[in-house]
Design a binder for this molecule. Structure first.
Ligand SMILES: *Cc1c(COP(=O)(O)O)cnc(C)c1O
Length: 251
């Protein structure tokens, strides 16, 4: 079966998000799509960004398209093709994968935000580099709500303390929390994890600590579990295969 054009796939995913939001009594406009572009080449990414911009325009949605990359090497390789759009405010780029401290300088010029702060030492290093670069970087704290060992993220019990730490740092703006849902066939388990992230976000918001009052975003849900995430309050849903088709399986 031929793969439908990216615009059609994107519209189909958007329709799923809209339906889930409406079913939850939410405004669909409060949920943003992030295109997870790992393994896609720059041309494919640009075509998807163009399709996303067209879809947004048709919906009277002012927010620029948003993409996410997992690896600094891949991010940097595609950055030149995307730089003009980013500079014009017509594209936002988030790092959504694990970040090593020694890659911060390479990453910074290529992103508008980072969703995977999972430890204070990384936040401190990011703050220092952002200040030195004269930047304010949007950041989210990644929480491991499922407790699965294969997943990154701070433990839920330490998430609020880390968020408060991050929010107080110069050069960083804490915009919310991010998680990767549990790998489970039980919708109840997956959904409980998303509910946990929302409860933690609410705790951060009312903590009264400096910089925590803008931490409204909940980046959660992917192609397979976005309905559950939207039902629990996701404001950013990260979609890869739903828009680009199956990725080549790593060798
Ligand atoms: C790849 C990826 C996604 C998208 O996953 P799909 O199942 O392809 O939609 C979302 N978030 C992160 C962190 C990813 O690495």
């Amino acid at each position: 079966m031929p793969t439908p054009p990216v615009h059609d796939r994107l519209a189909a995913v958007r329709a799923r998000v809209d339906a889930a939001a409406t079913a939850a009594g939410r405004d669909p406009a409060d949920v943003r799509l992030l295109l997870a572009t790992k393994t896609q080449d720059a041309g494919t990414v640009l075509a998807a960004v163009e399709a996303a911009a067209a879809l947004a325009a048709a919906r009277d949605d002012d927010a620029p398209p948003l993409i996410g990359e997992n690896r600094v090497q891949e991010l940097v390789a595609k950055a030149p093709a995307l730089a003009d759009l980013v500079a014009a405010g017509r594209l936002e780029v988030h790092m959504i994968g694990n970040l090593q401290r020694n890659k911060i300088n390479q990453m910074l010029p290529a992103v508008t935000g980072l969703e995977t702060v999972d430890r204070a030492s990384l936040a401190d290093a990011l703050s220092e580099r952002a200040v030195r670069a004269g930047r304010t970087l949007d950041v989210m704290v990644q929480v491991n709500v499922s407790g699965e060992e294969s997943k990154s993220g701070v433990a839920p019990s330490d998430a609020v303390a880390l968020a408060r730490h991050v929010a107080a740092l110069d050069g960083l703006r804490l915009t919310g929390l991010m998680t990767i849902g549990a790998r489970s066939d039980d919708d109840g388990v997956v959904r409980a994890g998303f509910a946990r992230l929302r409860a933690l976000r609410d705790e951060v918001l009312v903590s009264g600590a400096p910089g925590t009052d803008e931490a409204r975003e909940l980046s959660m849900g992917m192609s397979g579990d976005l309905e559950l995430a939207v039902a629990e309050g996701a404001t950013i849903v990260r979609v890869g295969t739903g828009v680009f088709g199956a990725r080549p399986t790593p060798a």
